[in-house]
Design a protein around this ligand. Structure first.
Ligand code: GLP
Length: 246
């Protein structure tokens, strides 16, 4: 990158031009994950810009997930975000395998509960019916990426509470051991900020932007909900992807 790459007469703000130049270099592979980025001071000197402009370029690279900061050391190129297609009904394990990443889980809790009114409505069961709750930290290559809390209609999969979900897929278990086929799901996505619990378990700072999805998945009859899940994905590692057609 040369100083002449930045056009000071352009109506496009300078911090923005610099940010875009870095994004191109990161996306093009010219800058690699964990490589150090120039400091505010380096940018200030190189482009003849103010410290504030330099800081803004770096901060925005961070908030868009292209860079991360190490306290007292500087900014570094972040790992590319994982693209999560929104149109396929797949589980975490399958998603990771497709990316040739090794999936994993740490179980926070798994238990049977009596459904309250909210869960009963979501899973279309009577209040106080048995529900299997499974809360897991989901890992890819050992890195914690998401916290998932699944609630399942227990009558469809009695005995599921005996399985160890540290290293097995829930969707595979439903299919192979309970002969349950999933037909479709409805899912919503919301932006949230990491709370203390999420921050601690995902090894991120409290307040990090997150993507929260809520999914209700239906059985083969297309009418009976089998799972209601709430998943919190790290916003710095995930990008949701949808293909739109006219
Ligand atoms: C996704 C869904 C969850 C589902 C999970 C199953 O991440 N958001 O609703 O429970 O996949 O994943 P696995 O089959 O790896 O247990």
């Amino acid at each position: 990158m040369k100083a002449s790459d930045v056009d000071k007469n352009s109506p496009v703000p300078i911090y923005y031009q610099i940010k875009e130049l870095f994004k191109e270099r990161i996306e093009g592979g010219d800058l690699e994950p964990h490589q150090r980025l120039p400091s505010e001071r380096d940018l200030e000197k190189k482009y003849g810009i103010s410290r504030m402009t330099a800081r803004r370029a770096l901060t925005e690279l961070e908030s868009e997930g292209y860079a991360y900061r190490e306290q007292g050391k500087g900014s570094y190129v972040a790992e590319p975000k994982l693209r999560q297609a929104l149109l396929e009904l797949t589980g975490f394990t399958e998603d990771m395998k497709k990316r040739r990443m090794s999936p994993g889980a740490r179980v926070i809790e798994q238990k049977l509960v009596d459904s309250d009114q909210e869960l009963a409505a979501k899973l279309e069961v009577e209040v106080e019916s048995k529900i299997f709750v499974l809360q897991r930290i989901r890992l890819a290559e050992g890195e914690p990426l998401a916290i998932e809390t699944s609630h399942l209609r227990h009558e469809e999969c009695e005995g599921i509470e005996e399985y160890d979900f540290e290293d097995r897929s829930l969707y595979d278990t439903l299919k192979n051991d309970f002969d349950i086929s999933l037909s479709w799901a409805e899912q919503s996505v919301e932006a949230t900020l990491a709370d203390e619990f999420e921050a601690e378990n995902l090894e991120i700072d409290k307040g990090t932007p997150m993507l929260m999805t809520e999914r209700t998945t239906y059985l083969g009859d297309e009418e009976t909900p089998i799972e209601y899940a709430r998943s919190i994905y790290r916003g710095d590692r995930y990008k949701l992807f949808v293909e739109l057609r006219s």
